[in-house]
Design a protein around this ligand. Structure first.
Ligand SMILES: [Zn+2]
Ligand SMILES: [Zn+2]
Length: 187
């Protein structure tokens, strides 16, 4: 199995990548690529995605970002996950927490609307990390071919509001886990 690459896009709070790297490794149950190498590697940060700026909305087009960052995936990689603090939307959705294509190579997730401060509440880094991990696992699930799950507690359940993210677990339900494991064996 090849590597999953993790990178910051247009600036990211220090330390976040390391914390997230650990969580993905544990929750996805990725096999090590070799005896001495972890399955997830970090890439040097990518510049601000000016190419995707939606001026009227002061947001960045997540679909355009996916297309662009997939070109930054090294040859020994299967996925690239970019984390950003910038607010994301698409041409049809007024905002997204993150985006990935089904069976796609690229994933983008924003911390912007996962922060308590966005909702005028006091900063809570532990909660931010929990929400970020759920959103990354969800989008990574899509990139491995998983569709939305009807179990509200499953990380693959659809979440369009922050409350829906807070309701679900930071893990896959048994059925989604089984599907994911089957996809990982294929890689
Ligand atoms: Zn989804
Ligand atoms: Zn599920």
């Amino acid at each position: 199995m090849d590597y999953i690459y993790l990178t910051a896009l247009g600036g990211l709070q220090e330390g976040v990548l390391d914390l997230v790297q650990n969580i993905i490794t544990t929750r996805i149950n990725l096999p090590p690529c070799s005896e001495h190498s972890e399955p997830i590697k970090t890439l040097s940060p990518l510049p601000s995605p000016d190419y995707a700026y939606l001026e009227k909305r002061n947001q960045y087009d997540a679909s355009k970002i996916l297309e662009q960052i997939s070109h930054s995936l090294p040859q020994d990689g299967i996925k690239i996950i970019a984390l950003t603090e910038l607010d994301l939307g698409t041409l049809v959705l007024s905002y997204v927490f993150g985006l990935a294509e089904l069976e796609g190579k690229a994933v983008v997730v924003s911390t912007c609307r996962l922060r308590q401060e966005f909702y005028r509440l006091p900063r809570n880094d532990a909660l931010l990390l929990e929400r970020l991990s759920k959103e990354i696992l969800h989008e990574l699930g899509h990139s491995f071919g998983l569709v939305h799950c009807l179990q509200p507690y499953c990380v693959m359940s659809r979440s369009t509001t922050i409350n829906q993210i807070d309701t679900k677990m930071q893990d896959f339900c048994p059925r989604c886990r089984e599907l994911l494991n089957a996809k990982l064996v294929d890689k």
